[in-house]
Ligand binder design. Structure first.
Ligand code: F6P
Length: 322
């Protein structure tokens, strides 16, 4: 393996830069040339591919976003379109591709590894959603979690002053992990996630009994994959006389400097991706499971459900918020 490329794709996440930095530095340390593909798969089609040096990734480990830029590129699902991208990789003599992104991004990498034997591909899980099989944590999840905690701590101040109920909607696509971990961390009264059914009537009754007990405020944490914050607030008013305020945290959750946990995770996974390419491996997503680096075939990542919703944490959060 003499020449590899790296790209970031899909929704960005804090720590993507740290992952790219690790790929670049680990490769150069091992005398491998590295190219950056700018703007994800779109950049592959547009031949927006440029050599990266050690200095290209200097002063990036602490930066949020991705200096390689990201894009969603639905046309890459089309085989004839993909061929153009593969041609561009061949043109630069690239033998290995590291894709940092979510499982949609992994699908592009899987197709490339299936359609050409001379380009090996490895995926690194970069998304705040923590929704990828084959890893306990994705890069960006911890930072987004801390951003939510910071926001909700502030919301709590004003909720207390006005004795109000707040519904906080967080991201996560179809995965409830961000809502669960954040809800537990901020002591939310209720956590609504797509993986578990909760009757809104029960949520309303809990808020009401809390108010009767003298609670100063209530926080309802809602995962976007379950329902919107506004829908939740509206449904609550069917059962109780509550003037709930809604905060949709939105893209603020995707920004900011990566946490230490995300920087370390990104560095470990970036380095490991290059090690796998050096061994000639292809078609794997790297991850961390029980603090061990792991490589899982893309097929297994798409078809298994090893990244299960943690019902023990969910039950504990319920027990602690009585
Ligand atoms: O996958 C990351 C994510 O932030 C999801 O949590 C969210 O549903 C989605 O991306 C938002 O996508 P966009 O930035 O394209 O609006």
């Amino acid at each position: 393996m003499k020449r590899i490329a790296v790209l970031t794709s899909g929704g960005d996440s804090p720590g993507m830069n740290a992952a790219v930095r690790a790929v670049v530095r680990k490769a150069i340390y091992n005398n491998i040339e590295v190219f950056g593909v700018y703007q994800g798969y779109q950049g592959l089609l547009d031949d927006n591919i440029h050599k990266l040096e050690l200095g290209s990734v200097g002063d990036t480990i602490q930066r949020g976003g991705t200096f390689l830029y990201s894009a969603r590129c639905p046309q890459f699902k089309d085989e004839s379109v993909r061929q153009k991208g593969i041609e561009n990789l061949h043109k630069h003599g690239i033998e290995g591709l590291v894709v940092v992104g979510g499982d949609g991004s992994y699908r592009g990498a899987q197709r490339i590894s299936e359609e050409t034997t001379d380009i090996k591909t490895i995926g690194i899980p970069g998304t705040i959603d923590n929704d990828i099989n084959g890893t306990d944590f994705t890069i960006g999840f911890d930072t987004a979690l801390n951003t939510i905690i910071d926001c909700v701590d502030k919301i709590r101040d004003t909720a207390s002053s006005h004795a109000r109920t707040f519904v906080v909607e967080v991201m996560g696509r179809d995965c409830g992990d961000l809502a669960l971990w954040a809800g537990l961390s901020v002591g939310a009264e209720t956590i609504l996630v797509p993986e578990e059914h909760t009757d809104i009537k029960d949520v309303a009754e809990k808020i009401e009994s809390g108010i009767k007990r003298g609670k100063k405020h209530s926080i309802v944490m809602v995962a976007e994959g379950c329902m919107s914050g506004h829908e939740c607030a509206e449904q609550l008013t069917k059962y109780i006389n509550v003037d709930a305020r809604v905060s949709v945290l939105g893209h603020i959750q995707r920004g900011g400097s990566p946490s230490g946990v995300d920087r370390v995770l990104a560095s470990r996974l970036g380095g490991y991706a290059v090690e796998l390419l050096m061994q000639g491996q292809t078609g794997f997503g790297v991850g961390i499971q029980n603090n061990q680096l792991t490589a899982t075939p893309f097929d297994e990542i798409f078809n298994n459900e090893s990244h299960k919703f943690n019902t023990r944490i969910y039950d504990l959060a319920k027990e602690l918020s009585i």
